[in-house]
Design a protein. Structure first.
Lengths: 443, 373
């Protein structure tokens, strides 16, 4: 392992924020076990499991922060309502936060920062998302007519407003995963990035296969026993296919990038499915954890978010973490070699591969990252060692909490096993050309 | 203020006929008649012609050709008030994916000004029929922001009647100045719309004479060749498999069946080929087709704020976009003169090229550029 500069810097800076543990519900493919579960029900279940695991009943936490990407307008205080529905003290404040798929990690960063500044002693970060119970909105024509009618002061004006409504306006709008500015779905965007970097179908299927095998092995070994609470009759992630094989994955038809000149390589097997689920992470100061007799898995060393100019194709939609990590590591005196674990969110198998390829590319390092050469290489054996989103599924806002809890437990176990500190890099890409990254370190 | 009579690119001096107001939507909205409802206003269009009153194609070559002379007249409307246009502008901006605000995008100024050019085309002495003409290309130059509240002076005329492989093409010019501006200065907005009338012919001498003129900078950039252009025009039924390979897309438009009706309501251009499959079939299209200017204005919106305040915006139309339909688009920032890649994140760069195509059929629908002036 490399220098301990980051630790030295931290002792001079703010105090540590530590990860105590995490809890999530098993993730479920859309329209299955959680088909009638709302975001609030799922987040409350994940939160209540966390409270039960760490004996926080009646406790006034500093803050609970989380969010959902697909959100009903009635859920304006989703997280606060979940707190009120839990056995935490009703004096626990909360707020909603949303940064697309990076929501859960951004919530973790926010809570950790408040702890480090001494503004709070403890907090919960997390997220929840349901595609099965997604909001459906009325069409723009109907919406504007209804609003005009509501604002009208006379019945004549109201009637006139309502008379604007046309039959076509009655068609409901379902949420789309298309990027608003480009009209391309996230899969189509990633297919373009995949084509640019020449990522092969075989390499993607390999990542997908490893994800299922690693996740299944982690479940078998009991790794998730203290990270997951069953919900609605589900005890494990139901997207997981322990018995899948390279042959089965190779037999799937491509679903993205079919209109490009290059062969399409992205299938339902090497892309994440739409998923329902919720996750939470418990954070605190060391003092708070000690005084509550709670374990400490890892400390949140630092974090960096980034955004890229994807609208006219200058950069790939999901490539922001590629830019965030070099800045994050430089600030902390670290290199890519200084990690035991790399948790790179598998939005698509090719997202992991284009991220690694970009870091290894000399020209890209110079021209796009402003470095003197390639950023560096990652030992593939250390990437997503307990599986990631391809196998577990990806309920957008819930993914960050899943990854942070997994990474924190991994470094804690590694440090216990080797007697030396262990470090994990967390990278989550998100819609809108966004990305959030963080470094966790054993304590 | 008296505007100097415009001299056309083909060397004619025009007689200026002042009109009392802009025909079509612009006039309606400017008078505030429709301030209460965007949709109602679109329905109430009185004057936009949908059935051409021009001369029909004639089999009698000699007589028809002799009559192909453009009217030596420019229409002018001054004192066009835009103070009441805010809501209409916002409707346009939302439909075209422009940021909502008080600055009028170039495509919106086209919507305001073009009905005056249409009025020239429906004059009894205009030699070509309006309906059935094919929009080949458009070149617009914007020299600064025009915002709600500005009072405008609009002029329009026809020029450059020239031979085309498939008929005769003509340029409809519209210019917008701020009221009281010096007419010898370039207009704040200038649009040249090139249309093709199929099945017409110019006498050889006249055609050669027109071709011989060189003063068409706004219309014919280097490399533009009407002859080859014709092979990809909207009029063409030939295969467009010309070896063109689509670039990686930067966007995709999912255009619903009501796209033509929605743009028709905002623009006032209610040509039946855009409104429904049934009305389009009557004119030989299998389904309704998107307005060319809708697609060009969407591309302009996709370029975004980096186009800055003064820019040249062109479009060449190839195969029409059938509705409903999906159009793949690529908006490509240009390298600067030194070959450096266009600056990302900020900067107006050296301009943008754009192209829209059907990935399913592998054919181009339109292409153009947005370059700083």
């Amino acid at each position: 392992m490399a220098s301990r500069q980051s630790r030295a810097a931290a002792t001079n800076g703010p105090r540590d924020a530590v990860v105590v543990g995490g809890n999530r519900i098993p993730f479920s493919r859309a329209g299955k076990k959680y088909a009638d579960a709302s975001n609030q029900e799922m987040f409350t279940a994940a939160l209540e499991g966390l409270v039960a695991r760490y004996g926080l009943q009646g406790e006034r936490l500093g803050e609970v922060v989380g969010g959902a990407v697909l959100k009903h307008s009635r859920d304006f205080n989703l997280v606060r309502e979940s707190v009120l529905g839990s056995s935490l003290s009703p004096a626990t404040p909360a707020y909603d936060l949303q940064q697309a798929c990076a929501t859960g990690l951004e919530a973790t960063i926010g809570v950790a920062n408040k702890i480090r500044l001494g503004q709070i002693e403890s907090g919960v970060a997390g997220g929840t998302d349901t595609v099965s119970d997604a909001p459906i909105a009325v069409g723009e024509g109907l919406r504007r007519a209804l609003l005009d009618a509501q604002h009208a002061k006379t019945w004549q004006a109201r009637a006139k407003a309502l008379a604007q409504i046309r039959p076509g306006d009655l068609k409901p709008l379902t949420p789309a995963t298309d990027e608003p500015r480009t009209g391309l779905s996230m899969g189509e965007h990633q297919a373009i990035t995949t084509a640019r970097w020449g990522i092969t179908r075989e390499a993607q299927d390999e990542i997908a296969l490893a994800s299922h095998q690693h996740l299944a092995a982690a479940w078998e070994s009991g790794f998730f026993d203290d990270l997951v609470t069953p919900f609605r009759g589900l005890t494990r992630d139901d997207n997981m296919r322990p018995d899948t094989s390279a042959e089965k994955l190779a037999g799937l038809k491509p679903v993205f990038g079919r209109s490009l000149e290059t062969p399409a390589t992205m299938t339902a097997g090497n892309s994440t499915p739409l998923t329902d689920g919720a996750s939470t992470v418990l954070l605190g100061s060391r003092e708070w954890a000690e005084s509550h007799d709670l374990p400490v898995l890892a400390r949140v060393v630092d974090a960096e978010t980034a955004a890229v100019d994807f609208v006219h194709g200058h950069e790939g939609l999901l490539m922001a973490p590629v830019h965030a990590v070099p800045r994050l590591l430089a600030r902390n005196g670290l290199t890519l070699d200084d990690f035991d674990f790399y948790e790179i969110h598998e939005a698509f198998a090719s997202t992991v591969l284009t991220t690694l390829a970009a870091w290894e590319d000399v020209d890209y390092g110079k021209n796009e990252l402003g470095l003197s050469g390639a950023f560096g290489s990652v030992d593939r054996a250390k990437v997503n060692v307990n599986g990631s989103s391809l196998a577990a599924g990806h309920p957008f806002a819930a993914t960050g909490g899943r990854i942070v809890a997994t990474a924190a437990k991994l470094v804690a176990e590694k440090a216990a096993e080797t007697g030396r500190p262990a470090r994990a890099l967390v990278s989550v890409c998100a819609a809108g050309g966004l990305g959030a990254t963080a470094v966790l370190e054993s304590v | 203020m008296t505007a100097a009579p415009p001299r056309t690119a083909d060397g004619r001096t025009l007689r200026v006929e002042t009109q009392t107001g802009l025909p079509g939507l612009g006039g309606l909205y400017a008078r505030g008649a429709a301030a209460s409802g965007r949709i109602a206003a679109g329905r109430a269009l009185p004057s936009l012609p949908v059935i051409g009153t021009g001369r029909p194609a004639s089999d009698d070559d000699g007589e028809a050709q002799a009559a192909l002379v453009l009217p030596d007249v420019a229409y002018r409307v001054s004192g066009v008030r835009t103070a009441g246009l805010e809501r209409h502008l916002h409707d346009y901006q939302r439909l075209l994916h422009e940021p909502v605000g008080s600055t009028m995008p170039a495509g919106y100024l086209h919507v305001l000004a073009f009905p005056l050019a249409t009025a020239v085309m429906v004059r009894g002495d205009f030699p070509l029929p309006l309906l059935g003409m094919v929009h080949l290309r458009n070149v617009v130059e914007v020299r600064g922001p025009v915002t709600v509240g500005d009072v405008l002076d609009v002029r329009a005329w026809a020029e450059n009647l020239t031979a085309h492989r498939r008929g005769v093409q003509v340029d409809l010019v519209a210019e917008i100045r701020f009221d009281g501006a010096d007419p010898s200065e370039p207009p704040v907005w200038r649009g040249v719309s090139t249309y093709l009338a199929k099945g017409y012919e110019l006498p050889d001498a006249e055609a050669d004479g027109q071709r011989g003129r060189t003063s068409r900078p706004e219309v014919a950039p280097a490399g533009y060749d009407p002859a080859t252009h014709g092979t990809t025009s909207a009029a063409s039924v030939a295969s467009a498999s010309d070896g063109w390979t689509p670039p990686l897309p930067t966007g995709r438009w999912a255009l619903g069946p009501g796209t033509g009706r929605a743009y028709g309501a905002v623009s006032g251009d209610r040509n039946p080929i855009h409104l429904s499959a049934l009305s389009a079939k009557a004119f030989g299209f299998p389904r309704a087709i998107a307005h060319g200017m809708y697609t060009a204005a969407r591309a302009l919106a996709d370029v975004g704020h980096r186009r800055a305040d003064a820019y040249r915006w062109t479009v060449d139309f190839a195969k029409p976009v059938l509705l409903p339909g999906t159009v793949d688009v690529a908006i490509t920032p240009r390298s600067d003169d030194d070959g450096n890649p266009a600056p990302d994140l900020t900067g107006t760069a050296a301009g943008f090229d754009y192209v829209g195509w059907s990935s399913r059929k592998g054919v181009r629908h339109f292409s153009g550029e947005v370059t700083p002036l």
